[in-house]
Design a protein around this ligand. Structure first.
Ligand code: KIV
Ligand code: ZN
Length: 532
């Protein structure tokens, strides 16, 4: 029987650490639930000690999911381990993941400790973590630049103290597949108790080799791979989950392994990440890019028509790609609509279904053919009703090349009172956003604005993504409409509602200040004082 490769997802830790990918509590929980549906074995939910926000989200994820192991990262320090344990202990399957750098360059310049000191710190802290939790992962940060014999001594010590997984990260994305293969084989050969733990790979993508290196590790005997959705992560990112999994599935002839991943959930997971973070997926991205299954050239199309295997090594359906086809129209009833949404994987509450159906009917009046992609865009732009402080009542915009744009907008507050304002600007979006700002009486800056058509053709829905900020943080919003100005106003209101509700900062000033002081803490290294 094919051996199992455990999928350790670190989208919510290593991934979320990357600039532009931060998520708030609610978003992290939604993502964690989707990762559970995707079938990952381990969710690294965060770095509990790094900020109160991180602690809270690790704990909330630990409560929110059932099947996967939930891990929190911790430095090899008692206070980190305590925080990690306190955050994950309510999980059905908790794990503490502790790490210490082992390469000479990190020991000498960052930690300022000798190999012997590091080894005893590893023993002491793995032992302490094991006294709290059965499932312990120990990572040798910068393993790929660590002396191999020293690495074996560390791995041996960590396992003797109770580590059940030992991770050998390519922290700086420097290694090649042959080197990784050699490293894993060396550890397997020279660590007497290696069979008591699972070897894990955690490869960064600085040279574009993260997936190849992880697979080389697997071929040499690693049985856990650490990865992120779409490969997001520090600098050039981590190994992409979807690439690793589909490589093993598509090339089963070469990789005789199984994973627990429900590959049909891959596209939905990548879309959720993109929707949540507002970062578009590169169209050429393997497996989940828009072009990953597109066949434009005549020769390819001809081949595909004769036999799809000529140019397709895996089917779009196998990764859950939804085809663009006509699904519903003006005359479709709410029953057919709700059924279609269920087929697309969206289970809606009565209130959500009612609101969405109204949106759908409004869209039918403006757009003849409603495709599955349109429906997905509409459902993904839906706001949590409790967060809808401000809703759009009406708007009129005047714009032209020989005039100043003006906007007149009416917004309703809490479904009760309606407020109206007029504003001008250098363009219709500018004027509209100024109007919103005047009505809500809360200044904000526009950090980012993206507009794209959901499908082809002139009557396509326009989807707008915005990021706005005030002194408390940055907030994302999404809006969808056949009218791009309306989509812009809706996206702005979506972000505004998050801004004024208490739950939504992406990176509150308080949180960033705490992260900053934490980073300083990291810079001075692990002094004796810190390990007290
Ligand atoms: O890249 C790395 O070394 C890490 C460890 C903390 C596992 O992220
Ligand atoms: Zn990493």
């Amino acid at each position: 029987m094919a051996e199992k490769i455990y999928i350790f997802d670190t989208t919510l830790r290593d991934g979320e650490q990357a600039p532009g990918y931060s998520m708030n509590l609610e978003e992290k929980i939604r993502m964690a639930r989707q990762l559970e549906s995707l079938g990952v074995d381990i969710i690294e939910a965060g770095f509990a000690i790094s900020s109160p926000g991180d602690f809270e989200s690790v704990e909330a994820i630990a409560k929110a999911v059932e099947k996967p192991v939930v891990a929190s990262l911790a430095r090899a320090l008692k206070k980190d381990i305590d925080a990690a344990w306190n955050a994950v202990k309510c999980a059905r399957h908790p794990r503490i993941h502790l790490f210490l750098a082992t390469s000479d360059i990190h020991l000498e310049y960052k930690l300022k400790i000798s190999r012997e000191e590091a080894l005893s710190r590893i023993r002491e802290n793995v032992r302490y973590a094991k006294s709290l939790c059965d499932d312990i992962e120990f990572s040798l940060e910068d393993a790929t630049r660590t002396d191999l014999d020293y690495m074996c001594a560390v791995v041996q010590a960590a396992i003797e103290e109770g580590a059940t997984t030992v991770n050998l990260p390519d922290t700086v994305g420097y290694s090649t597949p042959a080197e990784i293969s050699n490293m894993v084989s060396y550890v397997r050969k020279n660590v007497p108790c290696i069979d008591k733990a699972r070897i894990s790979m955690h490869c960064h993508n600085d040279l574009g080799l993260a997936v190849a290196n992880s697979l080389a590790g697997v071929e040499a005997g690693a049985r856990q791979v650490e990865c992120t959705v779409c490969g997001i992560g520090e600098r050039a990112g981590n190994a992409a989950l979807e690439e690793l999994v589909m490589a093993m599935k598509t090339r089963h002839d070469r990789f005789d392994y199984e994973t627990g991943i429900v590959t049909e959930e891959i596209t939905r997971t990548a879309r959720l990440l993109s929707k949540t973070t507002g970062v578009k997926i590169n169209p050429s991205k393997a497996i989940v890019g828009d072009n990953a299954f597109a066949h434009e050239s005549g020769i390819h199309q001809h081949g595909m028509m004769a036999n799809s295997k000529t140019y397709e090594i895996m089917t779009p359906e196998s990764v859950g790609v939804v085809k663009t086809n006509l699904v519903l129209g003006k005359h479709s009833g709410q029953h057919a609509f709700t059924k279609k949404m269920e087929e697309l994987g969206y289970t809606l509450t009565k209130e959500q279904a009612d609101n969405l159906f109204k949106e759908f009917k409004k869209t039918c009046d403006r757009k003849k053919n409603i495709t599955e992609r349109d429906l997905i865009a509409l459902v993904e732009a839906q706001e949590n009703p409790e967060m809808q402080t401000w809703t759009l009542d009406s708007f009129v915009v005047n714009s032209g090349n020989r005039m100043t744009s003006t906007a007149c907008i009416s917004l309703t507050k809490n479904g009760e009172k309606t407020y109206q304002e007029v504003a001008s600007g250098t363009g219709p979006v500018y004027a509209s956003l100024r109007c919103v700002e005047k009505i809500i009486k809360h200044p904000f800056s526009l950090e980012e604005y993206q507009l794209q058509a959901v499908t082809e053709h002139r009557d396509a829905l326009g989807e707008v993504l915005v990021k706005i900020s005030d002194e408390s943080g940055v907030y994302r919003g999404r809006g969808v409409s056949t009218d791009v100005i309306e989509a812009s106003i809706l996206a702005c209101l979506n972000a505004v509602n998050k801004m004024i509700s208490s739950s939504g900062p992406l990176s509150s000033a308080e949180n960033s200040a705490q992260k900053m002081s934490f980073e300083n803490d990291m810079l001075v290294g692990h002094t004796d004082k810190r390990s007290e």
